[in-house]
Design a protein around this ligand. Structure first.
Ligand code: HEM
Length: 472
C-alpha cells in the first residue's frame, strides 16, 4: 500500500480545493488512532460519527483513513465511483492470507470473470430450489433440541453456525459437513479474530511467523480448513455423475480464450470463500435475530400471527416465504442493529473528494453498515428495535443507500437472496416449532472481528410450541 500521509493529503487538498475532514484528537504515536480503535471499534466509530459528522478523518499507522457515514457518501464510494475504490486494504490483505484470491478478495478483470462463472449458481430459480433443504436442516436441528433427554439450554449461536454450514455445504457443494462442522467452526473463529488482530496490531502481525502456541494454532486452523476443501474438490473430481451445483460450475468452467480450467489453488480459494461467506454471516444474523426475539415478545407475536395465517401449520416454502413480510422485516431490523459485515473497507486509487472533503489517493475509506444504520436522519431512535421501519419487508426509496448489510454496487453480496431466504425460513420454522427464551436478560456484547458476533455462547431454553387449539 502507498504511504499517503501527510504528503498526499496536502497534494490532494491543493489539487481538489477540498478541505480536510474533521478528525478526533490523535496521540502523537506512530499508530495514530489505531490504539483507540482497537480498544473498542464499534464505540469508537459511532462516537466519531456523532461528534465529527458524516466524513471523519483518522490516522491509521502510515495511512490516512476516512469513515464515510452519510448514505450518499457511501453510495459514492461503493456504487457511483466504485472504480476509484479497490480492496487493497489491510483488512482484505489479511483476509487474503486465509481465503487466497477468491470471489470476495479478488479484483479487476479476474474478479469479473469469476463472478460471471459463479452468478448462475445464485439465480432466483436455483435459490428457490434450496428452500426444501433449508427447512429440512432446520427441522433436524429442532428435532435434536427436543429429543429426550432434553439437553437444555442450547447455544443458539453455535447452532446457527452448524445449520448454516450444513445448508451451504448441501446446497452449493452437495456435501454434508456435519462431521467437520465443529472443527470448521473453531478454525474459522480463530482465523477471523486473527485477521482483526493483525489489522490493529501491526507489531504482533510482524511476529506471526514465530513458533508461539498461538501462531501454531493459527497455522493448524488454516491447514485444517484447506484440507477439508481439498478433500471436497478431490472427491468431486472423481465423481462420474456430478451434481448440478456451484462446485461443478466452478470445476467445469473454462477460460474463453485459453480453454483452461481453474487451477487447484484457485478452485480451493473459491470453495473456501463460499464455505466461509456462505454461512458465517447468515449464522450471525440469525443469532442476533433469535436474541432480539427473546427481548421483544410483542414483535414476535406479530410474526407468529403472520406465520399462522400464511402457513397454517405447514412448513414454509420458497413461495410462501415471500408472504412472510413481518418475519422478513424482523430479520432486516436485526441486521440493521447488528449487521454481520459491520465494516466494508476500500482504498482510494486516485484523489477524490467527498462532501467537500479531500480523499487523497492511497488512503483508506471505511464504510460501516453498523454506523450508517444508526444515522439518526434516516433511522429515528436509532438504538430502538423497530421492525416497522421495514414494513412489508422491503426498503423504502430513501433507505436504499442508508441500509446496506449486503454492501452495494458491483461488489454487492452474491448470496443476498440466498441469505435472506435462508434467514427468514429458519427463523419462521423455529418460531413455528419452539419457543426460545434467554437465560439472562441482557443482550451479549457484540464482538467485532471480520464479522459481528455475539460474544460468548448464547444460551437459551427451548420448549415446544403447544399444538394449535382448534376452536369452533
Ligand atoms: C446475512 C448474510 C450475509 C451478509 C450480511 C453478507 C454480506 C456481504 C457483504 C457486505 C459483501 C460485500 C463485501 C464488499 O463489498 O467488500 C458480501 C460479499 C460476498 N458475499 Fe455475502 N453476505 C451474506 C451471505 C452470503 C451468502 C449466503 C453467500 C454465499 C452463499 C455469500 C457470498 C458472498 C461472496 C462470494 C461475496 C463476494 C462477492 C463479490 O465481490 O463478487 N454471502 N457479502
Amino acid at each position: 500500500m502507498e504511504t499517503p500521509y501527510p504528503l498526499n493529503t496536502f497534494l490532494a487538498l491543493w489539487r481538489s480545493r477540498a478541505s480536510l475532514a474533521p478528525s478526533p484528537d490523535a496521540p502523537r504515536t506512530f499508530g495514530g488512532h489505531m490504539a483507540a480503535m482497537r480498544s473498542g471499534q464499534l464505540a469508537f466509530f459511532t462516537k466519531a460519527h456523532r461528534e465529527h459528522g458524516d466524513v471523519v478523518r483518522f490516522r491509521f499507522g502510515w495511512a490516512t483513513a476516512h469513515l464515510v457515514a452519510h448514505p450518499d457518501a457511501v453510495r459514492h464510494v461503493l456504487v457511483d465511483n466504485a472504480k476509484n475504490y479497490d480492496k487493497q486494504t489491510p483488512g482484505f490483505d489479511k483476509l487474503r492470507r486465509i481465503l487466497g484470491n477468491g470471489l470476495l478478495t479478488s479484483e479487476g478483470a479476474f474478479w469479473l470473470q469469476q463472478r460471471r462463472i459463479a452468478q448462475p449458481g445464485f439465480s432466483r430459480e436455483r435459490v428457490a430450489r434450496f428452500s426444501k433443504v433449508m427447512v429440512e436442516a432446520t427441522d433436524e436441528l429442532v428435532d435434536s433440541w427436543l429429543a429426550p433427554p432434553r439437553k437444555e439450554p442450547v447455544d443458539v449461536a453455535a447452532a446457527m453456525m452448524f445449520v448454516t454450514l450444513r445448508i451451504a455445504g448441501l446446497t452449493l457443494l452437495s456435501t454434508d459437513f456435519t462431521r467437520e462442522a465443529r472443527a470448521v467452526g473453531e478454525a474459522l473463529n480463530l482465523l477471523l479474530l486473527q485477521v482483526q488482530r493483525a489489522v490493529f496490531s501491526p507489531v504482533q502481525d510482524m511476529l506471526r511467523h514465530l513458533p508461539t502456541p498461538h501462531n501454531r494454532r493459527v497455522t493448524e486452523a488454516m491447514a485444517e480448513l484447506r484440507s477439508i476443501v481439498r478433500t471436497t474438490i478431490e472427491t468431486r473430481r472423481k465423481q462420474q455423475n456430478r451434481p448440478d451445483d456451484l462446485l461443478t460450475m466452478l470445476l467445469e468452467a473454462r477460460d474463453e480464450e485459453t480453454g483452461q480450467g481453474m487451477s487447484d489453488q484457485q478452485l480451493g480459494d473459491e470453495v473456501l470463500t463460499i464455505f466461509l461467506a456462505g454461512h458465517e454471516t447468515t449464522a450471525n444474523a440469525l443469532a442476533w435475530t433469535l436474541l432480539l426475539s427473546s427481548q421483544h415478545p410483542g414483535e414476535v407475536a406479530k410474526v407468529t400471527a403472520e406465520i399462522e395465517s400464511v402457513l397454517g401449520g405447514e412448513a414454509p416454502t420458497a413461495a410462501s416465504v415471500q408472504k412472510l413480510t413481518r418475519a422478513r422485516a424482523f430479520v432486516m431490523e436485526a441486521m440493521r442493529l447488528y449487521p454481520p459485515a459491520w465494516m466494508i473497507t476500500r482504498h482510494a486509487v486516485n484523489d477524490d473528494s467527498i462532501a467537500g472533503y479531500a480523499i487523497p489517493r492511497g488512503s483508506l475509506v471505511f464504510t460501516s453498515p453498523y454506523v450508517t444504520h444508526r444515522h439518526p436522519d434516516y433511522f429515528p431512535n436509532p438504538e430502538g428495535f423497530n421492525p416497522e421501519r421495514f414494513a412489508e419487508g422491503t426498503l423504502s426509496k430513501e433507505l436504499r443507500s442508508a441500509y446496506f448489510p449486503f454492501g452495494m454496487g458491483p461488489r454487492l453480496c452474491i448470496g443476498q437472496s440466498f441469505a435472506m431466504m435462508e434467514a427468514v425460513l429458519i427463523f419462521a420454522r423455529i418460531l413455528q416449532r419452539v419457543t426460545l427464551s434467554r437465560i439472562s436478560g441482557e443482550l451479549p456484547r457484540a464482538q467485532p472481528s471480520v464479522t459481528l458476533r455475539p460474544a460468548g455462547p448464547v444460551l437459551m431454553d427451548v420448549s415446544p410450541v403447544q399444538p394449535r387449539r382448534v376452536t369452533g
